[in-house]
Every structure is written in C-alpha cells, then in structure tokens.
Write a protein that binds this ligand. Structure first.
Ligand code: C2O
Ligand code: CU
Ligand code: CU
Length: 564
C-alpha cells in the first residue's frame, strides 16, 4: 500500500514543471581566446532536444573575463554553414575589430581581431551582427557575456567569485514550434529562460550576492524585481560602475541593456524567493506590456495571446543556502567617480528621428526608419571627425519604444524630454530606451579610433527592427589631427594663401579626393578626382587655419593650410 502510494506520488511529480539548475557558462580568459561558432542541440524542455547554435558548445557562449589594459587576441572560427559576424557589444574597439555587418566571417573561416581592452569594469556581451540575420543567429543561441575588470572595481568590497557570489544572468524569451524548434522572428515569445535554462533555480549563499543581468531577448523588455519587493541595489549600468549603489525594487532593462545588482541575502538562509518581471507595470508602447503600442487597440501580429504580456511572471527561483567562508557582508555606498562629459564641449547636435514606415494603428507590423531612411550597407550616414564630442538627439515619432544602441562609445544621457534621467541612468550607457513621442539627448566623445573605410553602427536593439533596416552607420575619420600631418612629398602652395592653391606631389599622378576642413571639423569644400597639377579654388573661405585632407592610395594625407 505504502509502495503504491509513493508510486502514484512520484508519477504525479513527473507531470509538474521541472525546476532546472541554472546553467552557468564557463569562463574564458587570457590573452588568446578561441571561440568556435557551431551547431548543436539543447534540451530546453526535458526529454526533447532543439537545434541550436552556440560558441564552443551547444548554446550561448563562454563568459569572457578580460582585464582593462590587457591585449587580447580573439580567434573566431566559424563552423556554421552561414556567414556571420561577432560584435563586442559596448566595448570601445577600432571599427575593423568591432565585428559589425561589414566584417563578415565566411563559413569555415577564422577571424582574428586583436585589441587592447580600454573599457571600464562592467558587463558587456558578444553576439552576431550580420545584416538581416542578427535575430536568427542570436535567437538560435549565439550570445555570451564579457566581464571587464579593472583596478577601480578591484578596490571595492564587492562579490566577484564567478558562480559563487557573482552570477551571470542572460535573460531571454523565445518561441518554439510544435517540434520544440526555435522560431526566429516571432512575436509569440512565451518561453522565459536564463542562461538557456527554462524554469531555472539557483542556490545562492546567505550574504551579499552580485548578479550581472543582460536582457538578451530579441524584443522583450523586463521589469525586474524580487518577490515581496525585496530591495536590491544597482551598482553598474551598461558600461561602468555607478557613482553610488542605488536601492531599488524595480529595474527596467530593454534588449541589449545590462545592469549589475547586489542583493543582501544575509538574513535569509533557508528561504526561497523569485527574480520576476513585473510586466504588468510596463507602460503601453513597450514590447512586453499588455499593449505593445502606445494607443490602445494597436496590434502586433502574433503578440496575443501570450501569457507574459502585461503580467507578472517568474524568471529565476533563488534558494538561499549557507554563507560562504569569506562573504561580503554589506552593500557599499560609494562606488567610483563618474564624470559625465560636459555639455558645453559638444561641437554638434545630430537629430535622429524614428518613424514607422507606414503611419496609423497598424504601424507596429511594419518597419521603422531613422531619419526617413532604411539602413543601406553602401551608404554612410555620418562622417564624424575623430575626437568630436557630440550630442545625439533621439526623437521617437512612432508608437512603440525603441532601445537605441550605438557602437564605439559609451554615452551619458543628458535628458529625457528635457528632464535629467533617473539616477540609475546617469552612468555610462550604450543602449537607451526611447519611449513613444519622447526625445532623449545623450553626449558622447568619438575618440581613439578612426578608419576611413570601416563604419560603426547605430540601431534599434529590437532585433526584428534592426534586421529590417532600423540602423545606420558612421565613419570616424581623422581630419582634425594636425599632428598627423604626413609630408609624403606633397606640397601645397602658396601657403599662407588665398583664392586658390596648388597641390604638388612627387611620384604620384593623381589623387582620388580632397577636402578642405575647418577647425570645427566641418568639410567646407570637397573635390573629387583631380590631377596632380590641378589648382584648387577656395574663394570665399574665412581667413584662418584649415586642414587639407587628400585621398591617396586608400589613405588620407593631411596638410595644414592657412587662408589669408
Ligand atoms: Cu548589440 Cu550593434 O549591437
Ligand atoms: Cu554594439
Ligand atoms: Cu525599434
């Protein structure tokens, strides 16, 4: 009788949703990092395997732990039957190392970027970035975290034992078909997972614990919170530690955004709580809210019914266990100095307006544009002089929120609709959510890297929007650096002069372009191909110092010109 009863009981338990231990991606570090992009299979659901893509494994990728100042060699081996790219999201690297859509890795080939880690301690990530296929490659599983460490961070009393009191949390939603294969480009992403684990639990020690959270979803925003509104403390935004830890009970992260938080489990040994998304509190117009459009009645194909939309759901069960030997016992208050860029140093304000391809209540099913154009691989949208400090003003004239992301820089948000941002948005950022009808201004400096050929990207980090062309690209070029003036046997005369000048070169027949650039970095005259004996007419220029940029054999030669 007793045996029979246990038999029935265990049968009953089998039908309950399994609680799965949270997968913790392995760590890779050192000055030489091997990343193999490969196909695999993964059991999101017990007893069923799904086709996936992963890095050095079946799903997701290792967590790269890098130290600021170190030089790293990345060896990215593409064993997929598809071209892709790998982008180091949030990191400040040269355009040719950035892994944008122009830097493709053909099937069977190896990409070997190398760079010095210049970023501040924070949590970054890597993911594919092939134009039109970013969502496919990310959804199928290619994504990993990058933890950057530095001396400032090391000086603080923070949890930093990976997998012990410092946990990576890659939070995603996906949709699956009847055979449990991942559906790419779905608006019915109803399966929540952390580190590719569905229904996960994690044992955490009864002490201060650090979570590095990435919203790695294609579209969904999460409004993170802990059960019973247990407070937590945000210590880092996308690209750096905050100046102080901030106590909060809710944290909204849009796709692409990261945050590091601390939770004090010190008095909770034996208890069990949940990390949740309080999506019932998301405003309309955010993917993940009850209504993905700003106005009620706006629909998005496949979005309903989905039990996650607009309701609160569990993300990760946290079981509090005994403390470790040497725990961090309290939440630090002050963290690191954060010095936003002075608004007065900006030399230009660029306006970027987001709009739907077609207006009206059905707009969510269409595509979105930036300044009325779609992304074109062959069109450079901006050319930014190296060392420019710029304000970018993002205006959302569509009915859905777009998380805007820019490569190369970390920026500081100046305002949202004219008002200073919340405290947790006053640190370094590389993604910012822009709500319908909102205007967000940020400031950034484009320093260190210039390349006349390889652009950086900016785009909406809703991967469906990005893939459909809500993206643009910019070159950072080197017009202003008087120090970089190379002689190369080129003469400009008369100099000082006015009206016109002559460019003379020894051993060269022709150039492919020439620009006259003023001290603000503005191109004031531009000439296409010209003969070496050509006279360049510059009547009408205000007297002063100019840089002459000459295109020669695929590079730029800079000369000073004084106009009198
Ligand atoms: Cu995370 Cu251009 O991307
Ligand atoms: Cu990026
Ligand atoms: Cu968008």
């Amino acid at each position: 009788m007793k045996t029979l009863f246990i038999g029935i009981l265990s049968l009953f338990y089998i039908t309950l949703p399994a609680q799965n231990p949270l997968l913790i991606p392995p760590v890779l570090s050192g000055d030489s990092i091997q990343l193999t992009l490969q196909y695999g299979t993964h059991s999101f659901f017990s007893g069923v395997s799904s086709s996936t893509m992963g890095v050095n494994g079946d799903i997701l990728g290792p967590t790269l732990v890098l130290k600021k100042g170190d030089f790293v060699n990345m060896f990215v081996d593409n064993q997929l039957n598809d071209t892709t790219t790998i982008h180091w999201h949030g990191m400040h690297v040269a355009p040719e190392n950035d892994g944008g859509p122009h830097t493709t890795i053909a099937p069977g080939s190896l990409w070997n970027p190398s760079f010095t880690v210049m970023d501040k301690a924070a949590t970054y990530w890597y993911h594919p970035h092939l134009h039109t296929k970013t969502n496919e490659h990310v959804s199928k599983g290619i994504a990993g975290l990058i933890i950057v460490k530095d001396d400032e961070e090391a000086a603080l009393d923070l949890p930093r034992s990976y997998g012990v009191d410092d946990f990576p949390l890659v939070v995603q939603t996906k949709d699956f078909d009847a055979n449990k294969e991942i559906i790419v480009h779905s608006n019915n992403d109803d399966i929540v997972m952390v580190n590719a684990t569905v229904n996960p639990y994690l044992d955490v020690p009864a002490q201060v614990v650090r979570f590095r959270i990435l919203n790695g979803s294609s579209q969904r925003s999460f409004n993170f919170g802990l059960s019973n509104d247990l407070p937590f403390y945000q210590i880092a935004s996308d690209g750096g530690l905050l100046s102080q830890s901030l106590q909060m009970t809710r944290l909204l992260l849009a796709p692409g955004e990261r945050a590091e938080i601390l939770v004090d489990f010190g008095a909770m040994n034996g208890q069990s709580i949940y990390l949740k998304s309080y999506a019932s509190e998301l405003p309309n117009g955010v993917y993940g809210a009850a209504n993905p459009g700003m106005m009620s009645g706006m629909t998005l194909n496949g979005y309903d019914p989905n039990p996650l939309n607009g309701s609160d759901f569990d993300i990760l069960q946290l079981n509090i266990t005994a403390a470790t030997g040497d725990p961090v016992g309290s939440i630090p208050g002050n963290l690191v100095p954060v010095t936003p860029i002075d608004e007065n140093t900006a030399v230009i304000t660029r306006q970027l307006t987001f709009s739907p391809e077609r207006m009206g209540p059905n707009q969510l099913n269409g595509n979105f544009l930036i300044n009325s154009v779609f992304f074109d691989m062959d069109v450079i949208n901006y050319e930014i002089p190296l060392d420019n400090t710029e304000i970018w003003e993002l205006r959302n004239q569509s009915a859905i929120s777009h998380p805007f992301h820019i490569h190369d820089v970390q920026f500081y948000i100046l305002s949202r609709d004219g008002v200073a941002p919340a405290l947790n948005e006053r640190g370094r950022k590389d993604v910012v959510m822009v709500a319908p009808q909102e205007t967000v201004r940020f400031i950034a400096k484009f320093e260190d890297f210039a390349n006349p050929d390889v652009p950086y990207m900016y785009h909406c980090h809703l991967l469906t929007h990005e893939d459909k062309g809500m993206m643009g690209q910019f070159l950072v070029t080197r017009p202003l650096s008087v120090e970089s003036v190379a002689d190369e046997g080129i003469l400009i005369y008369p100099n000082p002069g006015s009206g016109s000048f002559i460019v003379k070169a020894e051993g060269r027949n022709r150039f492919t372009g020439l620009e006259v650039i003023d001290q603000s970095g503005k191109i004031v005259r531009s000439f296409a191909e010209f003969d070496e004996s050509g006279r360049i007419h510059i009547t009408g220029l205000t007297p002063g110092l100019y840089i002459i940029r000459i295109h020669a054999s695929g590079k730029y030669i800079h000369k000073k010109l004084i106009v009198i």
